[in-house]
Design a protein around this ligand. Structure first.
Ligand code: 13P
Length: 240
């Protein structure tokens, strides 16, 4: 029996003044639903969990501008998003760096939302499966326990573009990634891994994408800053 609990994350990215964040927290706290910093954590209902959007790849020290996994754990931030395409593309994070970060974060008690996904050119060359497998394999070579990992499939061409993957496209990639986990990690990990979709998810398209058997939730950018997010959180009707 599979016990994958529907998982929805809001990725606020580099957005939000204190007033804007207060407004979003208020919307969430009052929403009918089953972040990157300490302020957010103290403003939110305790049934929401906060994630950092990045962390340093190893032990803290002389790394100006970075935050370490130990610091996040110490602040009781339970989750960290790693390998987001914006970090990979804009900050030069390679598969190896993302894998190193994932291993270190897990070893230090954090849960990891690991992002993978292909560019438009890679999709057009039919390389989607290979890219997603390569990104996941890098992590698989560094970790043995996947219990505290959620994988977010985020096709880069769908992020912030309004060009959402079709439900079929999302299902196909998620299905193949689960098959890859089954072959190269273990059937147990494959069955229990939550594979969530990110890329132009809105209140209007979340139900159809979320109805697919291998789509276990969402990682939401733009729409997580708006009232839309409540509908997205409810895309699968309060699954517990
Ligand atoms: O990058 C994303 C979530 O991490 C997706 O962003 P959008 O939902 O704005 O397309």
């Amino acid at each position: 029996m599979c016990s994958r609990k529907f998982f929805v994350g809001g990725n606020w990215k580099c957005n939000g003044t204190v007033d804007e964040v207060k407004k979003i927290c208020c919307m969430l706290n009052n929403g009918e639903v089953p972040c990157p910093n300490h302020i957010v954590k103290s403003m939110l209902r305790t049934d929401f969990q906060v994630a950092a959007q990045n962390c340093w790849k190893g032990k803290g020290g002389a790394f100006t501008g970075e935050i370490s996994a130990e610091m996040l754990a110490n602040l009781h931030v339970p989750w960290v998003i790693l390998g987001h395409s914006e970090r990979r593309q804009l900050c030069g994070e390679t598969d190896a760096i993302v894998a190193e970060k994932t291993a270190y974060a897990l070893d230090n008690g954090l849960k990891v939302c690991l992002c993978v996904g292909e560019t438009l050119e890679e999709r057009e060359r039919n390389e989607t499966g290979a890219v997603v497998a390569r990104q996941t394999a890098a992590v698989a070579s560094k970790i043995c326990c996947w219990a505290n990992v959620v994988i977010a499939y985020e096709p880069i061409w769908a992020i912030g573009t309004g060009k959402v993957a079709t439900p079929q496209q999302a299902q196909e990639v998620h299905y193949n990634l689960r098959k890859w986990l089954d072959c190269y990690v273990s059937p147990h990990v494959a069955m229990n891994m939550r594979i969530i979709y990110g890329g132009s998810v809105t209140a209007a398209n979340c139900k159809e994408i979320g109805a697919n058997p291998d789509v276990d939730g969402f990682l939401v950018g733009g729409a997580s800053l708006k009232e839309d997010f409540i509908a997205i959180l409810n895309a699968r009707n309060y699954q517990h």
